[in-house]
Design a protein around this ligand. Sequence first.
Ligand code: SF4
Length: 341
Amino acid sequence: MEYLYGKDMTELRRLCEELSLPRFAAGQIARWLYRRHTTDAAAMTDLPAAARVRLAERCDTGLSAPVGVSTSSDGTKKYLFRTVQGHFIESAYIPDGDRATLCVSSQAGCRMGCRFCATGRQGLQHSLTAAEILNQIESLPERDRLTNIVFMGMGEPLDNPDAVLRAIEVLTAEWGFGWSPTRITLSTAGVTPQLRRLLDTTRVHLAVSLHNPFAEERAAIMPIERAYPIRELVDVLRDYDFTGQRRVSFEYILMQGLNDSPRHLRELCRLLNGLRCRINLIRFHRIPDSPYFSPDRAAMERFRDTLTARGITTTIRASRGEDIQAACGLLSTRGLEGGEA
Ligand code: SF4
């Protein structure tokens, strides 16, 4: 069975050709799928009846409802999805006043191995298809309330660039969801070779997991530093314009005694000197057996204020969903693989 969801116009036109439908039917199918959220070919009433039957015989939408949900005391919800091949992934729905953000996963597990992250401990099980990424949005009970999407869930999005870029295309294309790219943020640990591709082909906001400005210290908590040094990534960013609508921010999980000293502050400023960007400070969310601790709120505020005084707009990101393991760095489906939800 072939999956309809996640197909772009080229693929939909090819499908129409194979089903002996006129080319313009591709646009009709895209509208049904991505604008009217129709999951049943039989309901695509502007297609000839015979074509609807052929479409239903050949394709499934590929959508599936979440198989589990946990709700935090702060209103955050963590949804569990099961992919076609039986892998489990999580998405965090974060309502906040007029905004409602969905943190989507791009992989089941992750092979980047960041020491402070529960997903990293799980290793990589599966890179999601575009349909599996989009399913987290399409099958979300709160879909119509969403204002923003962040690729900050399980996995490294730029380790799965084809599917992630396809999902972004479907979300932002006129024939797709028609969302402004400024409603989407992609977060990367820094797969530099794929970064240019992202920046050249989309206008989504970028978030970079930085966490330490010194190469050796960063490599100790983020092995990706050895393959793709943060310094080279920042140099790539200098080739792009972030003075308009597109923004770049750096994520910095503060870990007591590890990356919160004046020395780190000075080096951070040196590293990002001249780049139009902001820094988001994140409290470290403890995972079992972790040797890291978060500094207290006052220390975080001092760090923030010093960076801001030195010209880098810095905010402390509110922690959401920690009590249901939905906060930054806590997503994990370890133990579920091969089992039942
Ligand atoms: Fe992967 Fe992101 Fe976790 Fe690093 S922080 S292991 S890139 S999911």
